[in-house]
Design a protein around this ligand. Structure first.
Ligand code: FAD
Length: 610
C-alpha cells in the first residue's frame, strides 16, 4: 500500500471491507501525505496500519479554496512545505464566480484592464428625481432631500471630506511611512466604539443632523451601512479612494484559476467539505494500534465528506481559510477560547444580492437623447430595490476596436446590507420581474428605437449570497472590530485562521490574500515572509481555462453564472497600485499581491508567455 502513496509513506487508508480502495484514496490525495486515512465508516483492518505515525516534515491542511486558501498554498509552496487543499465545492475561488458563455482563448495572457469606477453617463435616480452625471456632485437640493438650509447646497463629496478627509489623509501618510498598522490601531482605539452614523452626528466630529446622514448614506452607500463600526466605513472609503482601478481582462476568475494551476490540481481535493476537526495528542509510548492512532507529535485529524466519500486525514497544522459562517457551522471541532468563539460568532455578516442581466445590445453605451451621455463603465445609483446598476468595463476601447453598442452586453444590479435582505423572500421569477420594472423606471423615455428593457433582455441570473454557503461579506459592528480581528486571527494551537474577514481590507480579494500572509508568517514563527513576487513561478505554464466545459462564441465575457440560482459576482476591480516598471514587465509572471507598509496593494498582473 505504501507504494501507492507518494512521499513520505506514512499514509494509511482504511475502507469498509478491506483496504482495496486505498489506492483510490492515494490517487485523490497525492502529495500532502502525513497520515492515516479512513474512508467510510469501517475501521476493521486497523492492524495493517503503521504502528506509530511519524512524519518527517510539516504537513499542512488548508480548508477552503478561496483566495485566502490559494494564496496560503502558494506561500507554503514557495517555502517547500507540504500542503493539501480541501475545497468543499467543485471549484476554487468561491466568491469570485464569473461565468462565461463566450469566446476566449484559454491560452490568452492574463492581463489587467482599467476598471471604470464612474463615467459621465452615470445617473442618480433618488426621490423620483433623475440626475445625470457624477454622484460626487450631488447636493441635497438637487434630489429634493429635506435638510437644514446650510447643508442644502453642499455636495455629498464635500460632506464626506469634511467628516473623514483628515483621517483618510492620515491613513495615506501612514502607508507612505510604513506605519499603516499602528495608525489603523490608533484610529480604531479612538473611534471603533461608535457607528459611522453616530460618528457623523457627533458634534465633536461633523455634527450632521440625521437628515444629512441619511442623504449621504443613500447616495454613497446602501441602507444601514452606516450602522457598522465607524472604522469599517472609514476603510471602505479608504479602499474606494484608491486611484488606479483594474480588473482582469476576460473575468476575475482567471485569478483563482491561475493560482489553482500554479498550485497544481493534484494538491487540491474538490468536493471535500470538512466536517470535523480533532486534536490528537502525542503518545509515543503506545505501540498497539487503535483508533485514533497514536502519534509521535500532536496531529490534527481532519474529516471531510463529499463526492470522494468520507476521508479522515492527519496533519501537523490546519489553516481554516473559510468564512466565519462556515466555521461557525462546522459540525464537530474543538471548543476554542471564549474570545475566539465570540469573534467567530459576532462577525457581522452582510447579505449581498446581485443579478446579471444580459441584453441584446449595450443600450447604455449609446444615446440619441440631447444632453444625455452614454455610460462607458461606472455605475448608476438609485433608491429603488435594485440600488446600483453597474456597467461593464469590458470591451471599452475608445479607438473603435472594442465592443459596439449593438453587441450584446451584461448589466449587473447590486444591493447589499438591508437592501439585499429584502430580495431574499422573493422567488427567482419575482426577482427578475422586479429588476426589469426598476430598470424600466430608470430608463423610461430614454431608450432608442421604441425598445423596452423587457424587449431587449436575453436572460438573467442572480445570486442571493445570504443563501450561499459563504453567505455575504463580513464586517464588524461598533466596538467589535479589533476584538474580531485580533481574536479571530489568533491561532488555536496548530489550527490557524485566514479569510478576508481577518484582514484590514474586509470584502476585498486583496484582504483575503493579506490574511494568508499573516497566517503563514504566524505559522513559521513570525518568519519574514514576503508577498509573492512577480517571477516566483516564472516559467510555470499557466493555462487557466483548461477545464471549462463551454463552447465560447464571441468575445464578450458574460459575467453571470449560467446556473439560474447561484450567481457569480461580476468581475470587478481590486485596489491596485501599478508602477510604470511593473506594468511593463513581460514574461511568465504570477502577479503579486504585495504589502506596502501595511497598506496592501493588490497588484494582479498575471501574464503568461506566448
Ligand atoms: C457580491 C460580491 C462582490 C464582491 N466584489 C469584489 C470586488 O469587486 N473586488 C474585490 O477585491 N473583492 C470583491 N468581493 C470580495 C471578495 O470576493 C472576497 O473578499 C474574497 O474572494 C474572499 O476570499 P476568501 O478566501 O476569504 O473566502 P471565500 O471566497 O468564501 O473562500 C472560502 C472557500 O472555503 C470553502 N469552504 C467553506 N466551508 C468549507 C468546509 N467546511 N470545507 C471545505 N471548504 C469549505 C468555500 O467553498 C470557498 O471556496 C466581493 C464579494 C461578493 C460576495
Amino acid at each position: 500500500m505504501a507504494a501507492n502513496i507518494k512521499s513520505p509513506p506514512t499514509y494509511v487508508g482504511i475502507v469498509p471491507g478491506g483496504i482495496a480502495s486505498i489506492s483510490q484514496m492515494a490517487s485523490i490525495i497525492k502529495s500532502p501525505p502525513t497520515c492515516v486515512g479512513i474512508v467510510g465508516d469501517g475501521i476493521t483492518p486497523i492492524s495493517q496500519m503503521a504502528s506509530t505515525i511519524k512524519s518527517p516534515s510539516m504537513d499542512v491542511a488548508i480548508v477552503g479554496g478561496g483566495i485566502a486558501g490559494l494564496y496560503t498554498a502558494l506561500l507554503l509552496k514557495r517555502e517547500n512545505i507540504n500542503f493539501h487543499i480541501f475545497e468543499g465545492s467543485g471549484r476554487v475561488g468561491d466568491h469570485i464566480r464569473p461565468h462565461y458563455l463566450n469566446l476566449f482563448n484559454p491560452n490568452d495572457p492574463i492581463k489587467l484592464i482599467d476598471y471604470v469606477l464612474s463615467s459621465d453617463g452615470n445617473d442618480l435616480h433618488i426621490n423620483g428625481v433623475k440626475r445625470h452625471g457624477s454622484v460626487d456632485a450631488v447636493t441635497p437640493r438637487s434630489v429634493k432631500w429635506g435638510v437644514p438650509a446650510k447643508y442644502q447646497d453642499q455636495t455629498v463629496k464635500d460632506l464626506m471630506t469634511t467628516a473623514i478627509g483628515s483621517l483618510l489623509d492620515e491613513l495615506r501618510r501612514a502607508v507612505e511611512n510604513n506605519t499603516f498598522e499602528s495608525k489603523f490601531r490608533e484610529i480604531a482605539a479612538k473611534y471603533d466604539g461608535e457607528s459611522f452614523r453616530a460618528y457623523l452626528m457627533n458634534p465633536e466630529n461633523s455634527g450632521y443632523p440625521a437628515s444629512v446622514v441619511n442623504f449621504m448614506e443613500t447616495v454613497l452607500s446602501q441602507t444601514n451601512n452606516y450602522a457598522l463600526s465607524m472604522v469599517e466605513v472609514l476603510m471602505q472609503s479608504y479602499d474606494f479612494s484608491t486611484r488606479d482601478w483594474k480588473t482582469i481582462d476576460q473575468g476575475m476568475n482567471r485569478l483563482p484559476e491561475a493560482m489553482e494551476a500554479l498550485i497544481g490540481r493534484d494538491d487540491i481535493t474538490y468536493g471535500a467539505r470538512v466536517q470535523r476537526l480533532s486534536v490528537i495528542q502525542p503518545d509515543p509510548e503506545v505501540t498497539t494500534m487503535e483508533w485514533p492512532p497514536k502519534v509521535d507529535k500532536e496531529k490534527i485529524m481532519v474529516t471531510t465528506t463529499g463526492y470522494n466519500g468520507a476521508l479522515t486525514l492527519f496533519f501537523d497544522k490546519v489553516v481554516m481559510a473559510v468564512p466565519p459562517a462556515a466555521l461557525k457551522m462546522l459540525a464537530a471541532r474543538p471548543r476554542w477560547s471564549p474570545e475566539k468563539e465570540m469573534a467567530i460568532r459576532s462577525m457581522f455578516i452582510v447579505p449581498l444580492y446581485k443579478m446579471g442581466m444580459r441584453f441584446k445590445r449595450r443600450f447604455w453605451e449609446s444615446t440619441s437623447i440631447p444632453g444625455m451621455k452614454p455610460s462607458f463603465g461606472g455605475q448608476s445609483t438609485t433608491d429603488l430595490p435594485i440600488r446600483w446598476i453597474v456597467f461593464p468595463s469590458y470591451g471599452l476601447k475608445v479607438d473603435g476596436t472594442g465592443l459596439k453598442p449593438d453587441d450584446t452586453g451584461v448589466l449587473v444590479v447590486y444591493a447589499w446590507m438591508t437592501d439585499a435582505t429584502l430580495w431574499t423572500p422573493l422567488t427567482a421569477v419575482e426577482r427578475r420581474s422586479l429588476a426589469i420594472q426598476n430598470l424600466e423606471e430608470v430608463y423610461h423615455g430614454r431608450l432608442d428605437r421604441g425598445e423596452t428593457i423587457a424587449s431587449l433582455l436575453i436572460e438573467t441570473t442572480d445570486a442571493v449570497w445570504a443563501e450561499a454557503n459563504s453567505t455575504g461579506d463580513s464586517f464588524a459592528l461598533p466596538g467589535q472590530l479589533l476584538d474580531c480581528l485580533d481574536n479571530g486571527r489568533k491561532a488555536e494551537g496548530n489550527i490557524y485562521f485566514a479569510g478576508e474577514h481577518l484582514s484590514y481590507h474586509h470584502t476585498w480579494i486583496s484582504g483575503a490574500a493579506e490574511s494568508a500572509l499573516f497566517v503563514v508568517r504566524d505559522m513559521l514563527g513570525n518568519k519574514k515572509i514576503e508577498p509573492l513576487k512577480d517571477n516566483v513561478f516564472s516559467g510555470h505554464p499557466v493555462s487557466t481555462r483548461m477545464s471549462l466545459p463551454f463552447k465560447f462564441e464571441h468575445a464578450d465575457p458574460l459575467l453571470v453564472d449560467a446556473d439560474p440560482v447561484e450567481y457569480s459576482h461580476r468581475s470587478r476591480a481590486v485596489p491596485v497600485h501599478l508602477g510604470e516598471d511593473e506594468a511593463s514587465r513581460v514574461g511568465p509572471i504570477l502577479g503579486c499581491l504585495r504589502s506596502g507598509g501595511g497598506r496592501f496593494h493588490t497588484r494582479v498582473v498575471l501574464e503568461h508567455h506566448a
